[in-house]
Design a protein around this ligand. Structure first.
Ligand code: ZN
Ligand code: ZN
Length: 343
């Protein structure tokens, strides 16, 4: 009996394989059509009448295969804006099927490399993959120097591809990055940098010494307010930007855990790492201080990103936000790469 069943199964498999072989051209054609149809999600910017946020990178300078570095994509009024493009940002945006050539403007918070490592790749990929307009990149003073550096780094690549593909050569002049450096009038801490069709974006000076200027951004649309902190310690200078925000996407630093790790690093001979940890504590946002400030500012939803240390296992995850709930009564989210939040 068993033998008969096995023979029957083998026959079915053989017939199936034979049919697939005979139809291989049709199958290949189908697979190609599926692959080509599986393009970017052009509805992402349009299917919500408010503000939509994709956390495309929750990483920090520590290299991680699981997390892209700083990357937050915002859709408002049918437009796409990208805030920072750290390493892995492009891959992460692609994983979420974001049409990167539709990004209207990239905003850079500051020039620590984990916030712009993928900016050159983003500019270059836009040119290669059909961008027909310049990419506006806005950020602190120093931006023009960074963009000029990327132009120099990609010059050979552009030359080779242009020689091979005339349609790329034609676009070389237009599909470039245009640096828009932000200057603050004397004494001002905020500056409106975008205002179109009901979407406004203000740059705000934050506290990340010795990085100066370091910026956060406030986006408003249809009565809703979003603050993206960039890298900053918890400081009263950020209060106006946070005040009454529906959502704050904030860098996060579990200093109670890092403080406990430092003596262990030293005991294990990891002096270099211990010194890095000691030096990063003062210029990042301690989770408890952040919870207090978010409560004082009346923030509705606090989203933690730029996570240090990475909450990769259950123990760290459980301890990461320890104590924050005592001070902050709003909604709290520890972000993961790829989550989408709308309000
Ligand atoms: Zn950073
Ligand atoms: Zn930084």
């Amino acid at each position: 009996m068993l033998r008969r069943i096995l023979i029957a199964i083998a026959l079915v498999l053989l017939i199936g394989a034979g049919t697939a072989y005979a139809q291989r051209d049709e199958l290949l054609g189908w697979a190609i059509r599926q692959r080509l149809a599986d393009g970017p999600d052009t509805g992402f910017a349009k299917d919500h009448d408010g503000i939509k946020v994709l956390i495309c990178g929750t990483g920090s300078p520590e290299v991680s295969s699981a997390r892209a570095q700083a990357c937050t994509l915002v859709a408002a009024g049918g437009r796409l804006f990208l805030f920072d493009a750290g390493d892995g940002a492009l891959r992460s945006l692609s994983a979420s099927r974001i049409p990167v050539n539709d990004i209207e403007r990239v905003f850079v918070t500051h020039f620590h490399s984990d916030h712009f490592n993928d900016l050159g790749a983003l500019i270059n990929a836009g040119w290669i993959w059909g961008r027909t307009t310049p990419l506006e990149v806005q950020g602190p003073q120093g931006l023009a120097q960074v963009i000029a550096g990327f132009d120099a780094v990609y010059a050979l690549d552009e030359g080779y591809r242009s020689a091979n593909m005339p349609h790329l050569a034609e676009r070389r002049a237009v599909a470039r990055a245009v640096p828009l450096e932000i200057a603050f009038p004397d004494g001002a801490r905020t500056e409106r940098v975008y205002d179109k069709d009901g979407v406004t974006i203000d740059a705000a000076l934050v506290a990340h010494d010795p990085v100066r200027p370091a910026l956060g951004y406030v986006l408003r649309y249809k009565g809703r307010k979003l603050f993206i902190s960039g890298d900053t310690e918890v400081s009263p200078v950020n209060l106006p930007a946070m005040k009454g925000a529906d959502m704050v996407v904030h860098e996060s630093y579990a200093s109670h855990m890092v403080r406990r790790a430092i003596p262990q690093m030293k005991a294990m001979g990891m002096d270099f790492h211990a010194r890095v940890a000691e030096r990063t504590i003062p210029y990042h946002a301690d989770n408890i201080a952040l919870a207090k400030q978010a409560q004082a500012a009346g923030v509705k939803h606090l989203v933690l990103t730029h996570l240090i240390p990475y909450p990769e296992n259950m123990v760290v995850r459980a301890m990461y936000t320890e104590g924050m709930g005592e001070h902050f009564k709003g909604q709290l989210t520890v972000a993961e790469d790829g989550i989408v939040l709308a309000f």
